[in-house]
Design a binder for this molecule. Structure first.
Ligand SMILES: Cc1cc2nc3c(=O)[nH]c(=O)nc-3n(C[C@H](O)[C@H](O)[C@H](O)COP(=O)(O)OP(=O)(O)OC[C@H]3O[C@@H](n4cnc5c(N)ncnc54)[C@H](O)[C@@H]3O)c2cc1C
Length: 506
């Protein structure tokens, strides 16, 4: 079995399959595992590439997929609980920090919108309903009828509940309970901060997971940096006989008689496989009008269903990202790890509108030299804004846009500008280059109003022997979501090859 890419989606698939007894080889084009969920080291700092607000590390239930993926291959991450998911700094002076404690969060939000006390509780209770359904059942492949039958037998009410929520978006539920325009905008922002879409285009299944798990399992940061998750999955993969090769860029899926039979690497090496899994995005996997020059599967073999998917989903923007090493003295007492900043509501979906901030050294000081913090800040930015520039224009834009971003952060971190010791600027071109993602995109977003998560594809593709895993598969972006995709992919392949145990996981 070959897995193309060592993102969390690819690694969960690979390690699960290795644990089932399959012979697995992961081919990763870069030097480290984890993709957008990796970490890199510079001058005594450990920076997270992308993800740093980590869901799915709880101890109970079934939605703790990172905990489970590691445990299944004999691994474990030490984690540090984050007392707040996120501090919002929104237009009109709306300041909300989402407390780990659910009742405290509800009380804080209700204090700001007392006339909406009932609506607030009813809306978030609807999210808990979704979460409780998800949490009551082992999360495996919805493409396997045997699994569906078994899970229905074990948790019939949860299954029916989920089926009900699958086609629903958050906006409709929020408007059912809430009238206040500013509060509805806050709900939009609650969605945007992980789905990069307002509530009307954010599926309720994902919202149920995010808005509840932050209080159930909580947000927990892996000690040593987010990249530790991927490193441990690699260790677990190897322990179960699997292998990984770095600097191994796959250029082509080999196809014989309409079936994927292996891959070809950039240096011409060919590797045969009974099954091939692509952890690259669907835009990088299959050919289409808006594809990068070369895709893993050429147009002649790209299934027709992919064209339908491309009409329904488009790539979201990429990010302008700054990784900073700063003086600890500039950070006020009690400052939270994650922040979101927006000055004008109209700019929520605009180029370089919302600003995200993450400072994991507030949880794990070992990530920076003594007296310093790491600060990762990023803002959505489309690759089109960074193309067709001369090298000097590109360098100048990087400097100017980075300076503006730092300037905006001065409102929550006064003195930041003068406290920077280390600085790295990543543009959408950097994301495209180092993550191998078309346009450096964060992931797919609906191109039109869609019924919840229903149209999102699972892991099998229209090409026999080829599967996809990761954020362009059900249920979308986020480390815990792609871990779900990894469990599902490994389960579907396990079913195809007769590797799955009869009983569902406990
Ligand atoms: C700035 C930023 C912040 C984020 N913040 C959060 C957060 O706080 N919490 C959260 O849960 N999520 C967050 N996310 C989202 C999350 O990181 C991603 O959804 C998730 O990591 C995607 O995982 P994946 O396995 O689908 O793909 P990726 O992480 O993209 O991994 C794919 C891997 O495949 C490799 N690859 C691609 N093509 C080839 C090829 N041809 N040959 C060999 N290897 C190949 C790539 O090098 C990469 O390692 C963030 C993302 C970004 C960019």
């Amino acid at each position: 079995m070959v897995v193309i890419g060592a993102g969390i989606g690819g690694l969960v698939t690979a390690s699960q399959l290795a644990a089932k007894g399959a012979k697995v080889l992961v081919l990763e084009r870069y030097l480290i595992p984890g993709g957008s969920g990796g970490s890199f080291h510079r001058k005594g700092y450990t920076f997270d590439v992308g993800a740093s607000m980590i869901f799915g590390f709880g101890e109970k239930g079934h939605t703790n997929l990172l905990t489970r993926a590691l445990a299944d291959v004999g691994e474990h991450c030490d984690t540090i609980p984050d007392p707040a998911q996120l501090a919002y700094h929104l237009p009109g002076g709306l300041e909300v920090a989402v407390d780990r404690d659910y009742e405290r969060f509800i009380a804080d939000l209700t204090a700001l919108f007392p006339h909406e006390a009932q609506g607030i509780r009813a809306f978030y209770e609807a999210c808990w309903q979704v979460f409780r359904c998800l949490d009551a059942m082992p999360l495996l492949s919805l493409e396997d009828p045997a699994y569906l039958a078994k899970v229905f037998f074990r948790a019939p009410l949860a299954c029916l509940g989920l089926a009900r929520w699958l086609p629903v978006n958050v906006g409709a539920v929020a408007r059912q309970y809430i009238r206040d325009a500013q509060l509805l905008r806050f709900i939009d922002m609650e969605c945007f901060c992980w789905s990069v879409m307002p509530a009307d285009r954010t599926p309720m299944i994902n919202a149920g997971m995010v808005f509840s798990d932050r209080h159930a399992g909580g947000i927990n940061y892996p000690r040593g940096g987010v990249g530790v998750i991927a490193e441990k999955l690699v260790a677990g993969l190897r322990r179960h006989g699997g292998a990984i090769r770095y600097r191994a860029r796959v250029t082509r899926v080999l196809i014989e008689q309409g079936r994927a039979v292996g891959v070809e690497l950039a240096d011409g090496e060919r590797i045969g496989a009974r099954r091939v899994v692509s952890n690259a995005t669907r835009w990088d996997t299959f050919a289409g009008e808006d594809s990068p020059r070369s895709t893993l599967v050429e147009a002649a073999h790209t299934p027709a269903a992919e064209a339908t998917w491309r009409r329904r989903y488009r790539p979201s923007s990429s990010f302008l990202s700054l990784h900073l090493g700063i003086d600890a003295a500039v950070v006020p007492e009690g400052f939270h790890c994650h922040h979101l900043l927006l000055e004008r509501w109209e700019e929520m979906e605009a180029e370089q509108g919302v600003v995200f901030v993450s400072m994991p050294t507030l949880l794990d000081p070992c990530l920076a030299p003594e007296g310093r913090h790491i600060l990762h800040t990023f803002t959505p930015s489309a690759i089109e804004a960074w193309l067709d520039l001369s090298p000097s224009q590109y360098a100048a834009k990087k400097e100017a846009d980075a300076a503006r971003l730092i300037q905006r952060l001065e409102t929550i971190l006064p003195g930041l500008q003068g406290a920077i010791h280390h600085r790295e600027i990543g543009t959408p071109r950097t994301h495209r280059r180092f993550l191998g993602r078309s346009g450096g995109s964060y992931g797919p977003i609906p191109a039109l109003r869609l019924p919840g998560l229903l149209p999102m594809p699972f892991n099998r593709t229209g090409l026999a022997g080829l599967y996809c895993v990761g954020d362009s598969c059900f249920p979308g972006q986020g480390l815990n979501a792609v871990a779900f995709s990894g469990f599902a992919c490994a389960h579907r392949i396990g079913a195809d090859l007769g590797l799955n145990p009869w009983a569902l996981p406990a």
